[in-house]
Design a protein around this ligand. Structure first.
Ligand code: EPZ
Length: 417
């Protein structure tokens, strides 16, 4: 097990470069296997979720060439075979292989386990989309067999603007016969990145980024290249850290427009930041004002920053109210922040955060990726030593987090125990 150890209350000053978006690359990699030829993905983040997907590519006999932040995927000789649970359960986004294999082979067999720490995480909307396209779904325990004579374009109405379902249906529909329209589609920035790759591969998709996406089916997909967009959640996490400890902390290689709602909230709180093109400059802000936050689908406040920003709210002068509306169990960080001296009263998906409170080091545990990011943020501002167990969760989505934070002055290390 990996532990992160932090000596807190060190000023963060210097440059942090944002990497490629986890929630893009985990869809770009499966999508690439639909091309008859090479797909080159650049600005790939160095995160464990990416490695887990490359293991599935290996199982499918897909050729992968890796060099620093670039991977070349050649699925010319791909073999469609059962994807076992030990591979698919490493990350939820393995479900994108359902859309990709169904699209290319009209059949996919894979184990797909249920929920995780932040909720039940069903995939009913994905499956309903595949059925609307003409697929038949058989479920044996946690094994799914999804097959279709052919995939026929149709209108699909999502009950909820699900990111995963939007992407998976978009992928499955690229080579369907005729036109597919997805209504109430998710609008996250990553969806535009994935649609861009599919169009570069010869697909015909319009409307990505809006709540109505139209996919004209094409016969086949070919070689292409794509650059992963910057990770807006990684950027948002470091921005929050800069608001707490920055002294000219520069966050570069980001797209501020992707974080506009976070920046609006930081402005409301009186956080000291400047935007210059693709970078932001953060300075430690005293006298923070409390605010209320409700996480909603894009372009609203992102659920993935709900846990990191809770740490900032513990330092505000007054009471902040927080509501998580996307996931039913995303309060894993609260117990540990309170152990460090925070004053958070959480009830199901609501939390009342009373600040300011002085945080002190403690031995705590990361329950999931973004709760882990919140605990790192708390450890950075706490007096004394913080030990974060189960740090593997954090490495899933934050590339080189120890190196990036150490390079701007944090006293942080990771140990294997
Ligand atoms: C994506 O998850 C992200 N993951 C999540 O980020 C993010 O929190 C989420 O979108 C919302 O923005 C990736 O992109 C890999 P959803 P996804 O489908 O696609 C319900 C992180 O920390 N739902 O938009 O799984 C679901 O239960 C991760 O980087 C159904 O009911 O999210 C949840 O309540 C965590 N049926 C809500 O929709 C379905 O078929 C949001 O799910 C699908 C989803």
């Amino acid at each position: 097990m990996k532990k992160i150890i932090i000596e807190g209350n060190k000023i963060l000053s210097g440059k942090i470069k944002i990497g490629g978006a986890k929630n893009s690359v985990v869809a770009l990699i499966p999508a690439a296997i639909m091309a008859k030829g090479k797909v080159k993905i650049t600005n790939v983040p160095n995160i464990s979720d990416k490695d887990a997907l490359l293991e599935i590519l290996k199982l499918l006999n897909v050729d992968v060439q890796k060099s620093s932040n670039t991977i070349e995927i050649d699925a010319t000789n791909v073999k469609n075979c059962l994807i076992p649970e030990n591979l698919s359960n490493k990350l939820r986004a393995s479900y994108y292989f359902m859309g990709a294999l169904l699209s290319r082979f009209k059949k996919v067999e894979m184990y797909f386990p249920g929920g995780c720490n932040i909720g039940s995480r069903p995939i009913d909307l994905h499956l309903k989309g595949f059925e609307s396209l003409g697929a038949k779904i058989t479920k044996e325990g946690s094994k799914y067999i999804i097959e279709a004579e052919n995939l026929q374009g149709t209108n699909i109405f999502l009950d909820f603007a699900s990111v995963g379902a939007t992407v998976n249906i978009m992928i499955a529909a690229t080579m369907a016969t005729g036109t597919t329209k997805i209504y109430n589609a998710a609008r996250e920035a990553e969806i535009c990145n994935i649609a861009e790759l599919l169009n570069n591969m010869g697909a015909n998709i319009i409307g990505a980024g809006t709540d109505e996406i139209t996919i004209e089916g094409v016969k086949e997909l070919h070689s292409a290249e794509i650059k992963v967009i910057p990770d807006r959640i990684e950027a948002g996490t470091y921005i929050i850290m800069g608001a707490l400890l920055g002294e000219n902390l520069i966050i570069e290689g980001m797209i501020p427009e992707h974080n506009i709602v976070l920046l609006n909230k930081l402005q409301e709180m009186g956080v000291n930041f400047k935007i210059q093109n693709h970078k932001m400059i953060l300075n430690k802000s005293s006298n923070l004002k409390p605010t209320n936050i409700r996480t909603v689908v894009y372009p609203g406040f992102p659920t993935d920053l709900g846990q990191p920003i809770a740490v900032l709210l513990t330092q505000a002068n007054g009471v902040s109210l927080f509501e998580e509306t996307i996931w039913e169990n995303r309060m894993g960080h609260v117990k540990y922040l309170n152990m460090m001296g925070a004053n958070i009263i959480a009830e199901r998906q609501h939390a009342k955060i009373i600040g300011p409170t002085k945080l002190h080091g403690a031995e705590i545990t990361a329950t999931d990726l973004r709760a882990g990011a919140a605990l790192v943020t708390a450890g950075l501002i706490a007096e004394g030593t913080t030990i974060i167990n189960d740090a593997e969760h954090i490495l899933r989505g934050y590339e080189r987090i120890i190196k990036k934070l150490s390079s701007v002055g944090a006293n942080i290390k990771i140990v294997e125990v």
